[in-house]
Design a protein. Structure first.
Length: 120
């Protein structure tokens, strides 16, 4: 670095030793962190922050789990008290394509797969 005084930017990690060496050898250079170290610093900071909330996160997760279990029980109770099942005339009838040719066109790929599978 001493041989290259035109260096304007130096990328480094968080080491104080590197910082001191760069400052001594190239005082005019701006010291920056590279992408990898920025992401590492960010992930460590987020991890430390979440560690401070660990108890609250567990408590909230437990409450949500209990609420979901209660909702499931309530749904089962409601389902048991539901009205009588619909009579056959109230059930939806299947809808078919109107023309025979349309039905055949829709069924043709499945028929070829059946023939291939069965070895016909």
């Amino acid at each position: 670095m001493l041989e290259h005084p035109s260096i304007a930017i130096v990328s480094r990690d968080r080491s104080n030793t590197y910082a001191a060496a760069i400052t001594e050898a190239c005082p005019q250079a701006e010291q920056i962190a590279d992408r990898w170290h920025i992401l590492k610093n960010l992930s460590e900071t987020v991890e430390r922050f979440l560690d401070t909330l660990r108890g609250e996160i567990k408590e909230t997760a437990l409450k949500l789990s209990q609420q979901q279990q209660q909702n499931s029980v309530n749904e089962e109770i409601t389902a048991d008290k539901s009205e009588t099942p619909p009579i056959e005339s109230q059930l939806q009838k299947p809808v078919f394509v109107g023309k025979y040719q349309d039905n055949m066109r829709v069924a043709a790929p499945f028929e070829s797969q059946r023939i291939t599978i069965e070895g016909i």
